[in-house]
Design a protein around this ligand. Structure first.
Ligand code: RB5
Length: 149
């Protein structure tokens, strides 16, 4: 990772866990930009997925974290955004490998799926891993070709 800037967003279901993850990441020295939501009031997760992805598309950060109830809706919405490769993960192996092999730029977490301890391990595994390039870059290029069809 070239910068320590991370964008984070959530819906109402992810709001409480987001606060804890932000504190965890700040303690690790990351510079966090939060695109909301800002309370547990019911809201629509695609709006926050789009806001976060726009920050990545504009080059304001390289990596983002989205938290909703399951992580699934956020990942579906984020993956509709050009240049975004989002993965909903609830195990650390996948969180690491999706950086190593898929060059994922957004990690999605389900606040109703994982506890805070596992959420910290997931973000650490994701943010500490690097894309391996090589044959994996060829496959990312093929994903991008599908996106451009
Ligand atoms: C909200 O109730 C819930 O549907 C949302 O947080 C998320 O889990 C969607 O995938």
């Amino acid at each position: 990772m070239k910068t320590n800037k991370i964008v984070i967003g959530c819906d109402h279901a992810g709001f409480e866990l987001k606060g804890k993850v932000i504190e965890h990441l700040k303690a690790r020295g990351f510079d966090i930009q939060d695109v909301g939501t800002d309370s547990t009031a019911s809201c629509d997760y695609p709006l926050f997925a789009k806001a976060l992805c726009k920050k990545l598309q504009d080059g304001e950060a390289e990596l983002g974290i989205l938290i909703c109830g399951t992580g699934i809706g956020m990942s579906m919405a984020a993956n509709k955004c050009k240049g975004i490769r989002a993965c909903a993960c609830s195990d650390t192996f996948s969180a690491r490998l999706t950086r190593n092999h898929n060059d994922a730029n957004v990690l999605c977490i389900g606040a109703r799926v994982v506890g805070e301890g596992l959420a910290y391990d997931l973000v650490d595994a994701f943010l500490d891993a690097e894309f391996e390039g090589g044959k994996h870059q060829r496959r990312i290029d093929l994903i991008t070709a599908i996106e451009n069809e």
